[in-house]
Design a protein around this ligand. Structure first.
Ligand code: SAM
Length: 171
């Protein structure tokens, strides 16, 4: 199963840090790729720098037309929105469906067509919060937490410590 995150509506001047966090969260919580509908090379460069140091095969891509991309995606399409069906109710059904998954998250306001183009509109609780939080919770619940044990095989690796920090680096 491959997991792709589509981040809609990056605002060039305001969202660099947030979009970078969305991408890093996607990577750390087991997604294979993030796709943006707005090209921002600062965001791409930051994510690629993390991948270069910390490993994993995570990809960053830009698309010109998100509608064409969503229509052409052949796996399961899931839009995270506070207006959807609550995660606790739909997760058992979603977890039964094997194959590739596209997870769509918005910025400020998602175009209304998105709601009708997906297989599921899923709410991570019925309160407004953040695309980073929604994505982290959804990805973790989808994979039952196994993504947290993934070996990214990076040049830098953390040796977990009860106290303090230990990082080993390959030359
Ligand atoms: N009113 C918006 C909505 O449709 O959810 C909130 C916008 S929020 C700043 C940006 C993104 O965070 C949303 O597009 C959605 O993907 C995600 N999000 C926020 N709260 C959520 C929730 N309770 N459940 C699922 N996704 C949520």
């Amino acid at each position: 199963m491959s997991i792709i995150v589509l981040r809609l509506g990056h605002r060039f001047a305001r969202d660099k840090r947030l979009s970078t966090h969305v991408a890093l969260t996607s990577r750390a919580f087991g997604a294979d790729k993030i796709v943006f509908d707005v090209q921002d090379s600062d965001v791409k460069d930051s994510i690629e720098a993390v991948c270069e140091s910390w490993g994993g095969g995570f990809q960053v891509e830009y698309i010109k037309n998100w509608k064409t991309f969503v229509k052409g995606f052949s796996g399961l399409k899931i839009h995270l929105t506070m207006y959807g069906l609550n995660l606790n109710g739909v997760l058992p059904e979603i977890r039964k469906l094997k194959g590739d998954k596209l997870i769509i998250i918005g910025g400020q306001k998602v175009p209304s067509e998105v709601y009708g183009m997906v297989d599921y509109n899923v709410a991570v609780g019925g309160q407004p919060h953040s695309e980073v939080a929604a994505l982290a919770v959804f990805l973790d619940r989808l994979q039952d937490g196994v993504e947290l044990d993934k070996d990214f095989k990076g040049r830098n690796r953390i040796i977990p410590q009860a106290r303090g920090k230990k990082v080993v680096s390959d030359e």
